[in-house]
Write a protein of this length. Structure first.
Length: 134
């Protein structure tokens, strides 16, 4: 269950513990459910049970250059995260950083598009960028 409280969000996870999320942002539902916590500069992986309740959680990735904003998953199961001040980070499903796209602007939003869903659009401070991924 997620409960809003001021600038924080509290969630009760599987073992009954409560976790404070300082600024939850970006839900990605794929094989593994993920949630970015912008103020805490990390992405958490949450287990969503069949009944919709939240089970176990863990830190999936930590941003070392700025904070994460939007997160998206691609057709290969990789997680892409706009790192405000650090371009766009790409993670393997196990949480390994595969690489970064460096952009001359701060990127706040990303979205996949195109007929094959392999074009990544980047909404930045002063421009809209796109890159076709293999």
């Amino acid at each position: 269950m997620l409960l809003g409280r001021g600038p924080c969000l509290s969630t009760t996870i599987g073992d009954g513990r409560r976790r404070q999320l300082r600024r939850p942002n970006g839900l990605v539902f794929s094989l593994d459910e993920s949630l970015s916590d912008s103020r805490a500069t990390h992405i958490r992986e949450l287990t969503v049970r069949d009944d919709g309740s939240i089970g176990a959680d863990r830190v999936f990735a930590t941003c070392r250059s700025g904070t994460f904003d939007t997160i998206r998953s691609d057709a290969g199961g990789r997680l892409w995260a706009a790192a405000m001040g650090g371009g766009v980070h790409c993670y393997d499903p196990d949480g390994t950083l595969l690489g970064r796209l460096l952009v001359p602007d701060v990127v706040a939003n990303i979205r996949f598009g195109g007929p094959k869903r392999n074009r990544l659009f980047l909404a930045a401070d002063t421009a809209l960028y796109s890159v076709v991924l293999a």
